[in-house]
Ligand binder design. Structure first.
Ligand code: DC
Length: 239
């Protein structure tokens, strides 16, 4: 049996695809980043792609419920993710918009534009192209169910809404523009939309491993996710 990679940045034994899905604030990005470093995978954050398109839609002034206009806009849009030290660099029509897509307006718009099947089909195609070579950890809402249903390792990350909301609140810094209850309320609204849209709603793939982090520390969560990937790699190398 060949050994499972043991040092950070080691190339994985095979070019596996790891998917991480789950609701907002569950910690997907932190875990994806950690797994990417630990196992030498490329980290691709698909939420950033929906955010970049939402930014373009907002800038264009189009109503977010005009799906045919949005579809036309998508046809004229190029979105790319480039791996960075801390997070992906997000390029919208070659403009670096990484720092412009995390505010509340774009966050809300991303959740709205992502309900449309035509927009999702376009995004899914892009994401499949980006991950087709394997050796990636891709996070989002539908990665294990729709984008890579045959991925080797699927993690569904969840936590109670209050806990996710408070984690988000703590990330807002020393002078937050919102109160904790507002952050939790916005997160619940977004959850509701992401879980109940008709096309590819947020849900766990039947073969995903559920990781509920409600009462776990960050270190415990990282360790649990790492163990899941390491166990799969060990199984693969034992074959
Ligand atoms: O992960 P995030 O919060 O950056 O995602 C922003 C929005 O994009 C989220 O509300 C739903 C949507 N999204 C999606 O529908 N499918 C994905 N794979 C990723 C994000």
């Amino acid at each position: 049996m060949s050994p499972v990679p043991s040092a950070p940045g080691d190339a994985p034994a095979r070019k596996i695809i790891v998917t991480i899905d789950g609701p907002a604030g569950a910690g997907k990005s932190t875990i994806a980043r950690h797994l990417a470093r630990r196992f030498g995978l490329l980290n691709l954050e698909t939420g950033a792609m929906y955010r970049a398109f939402a930014l373009k839609a907002l800038r264009s002034g189009l109503p977010l419920d005009q799906v045919s206009d949005l579809e036309q806009l998508a046809a004229e849009t190029a979105i790319r993710l480039e791996p960075g030290e801390q997070e992906n660099r997000v390029l919208l029509d070659d403009e670096d918009v990484t720092g412009l897509i995390r505010n509340q307006t774009v966050t809300d718009a991303a959740s709205r534009v992502s309900i449309y099947p035509a927009i999702r089909a376009w995004m899914v195609r892009l994401q499949q192209q980006m991950g087709s070579g394997g050796g990636v950890v891709m996070e989002g809402r539908d990665i294990g169910t729709v984008v890579f249903p045959r991925a080797e390792v699927k993690i569904f990350l969840d936590a109670a809404p209050e806990v996710r909301g408070m984690r988000r609140f703590d990330q807002l810094g020393p002078e937050p523009a919102h109160q904790p209850d507002e952050v939790i309320r916005d997160l619940r609204i977004r959850d509701e939309r992401d879980r109940n849209r008709a096309d590819s709603p947020l849900k766990a793939a039947p073969d995903a491993i559920l990781l509920d982090t409600t009462s776990l520390t960050l270190e415990q969560t990282l360790k649990a996710a790492e163990d899941i990937v390491a166990a799969h790699l060990a199984q693969l190398s034992a074959r």
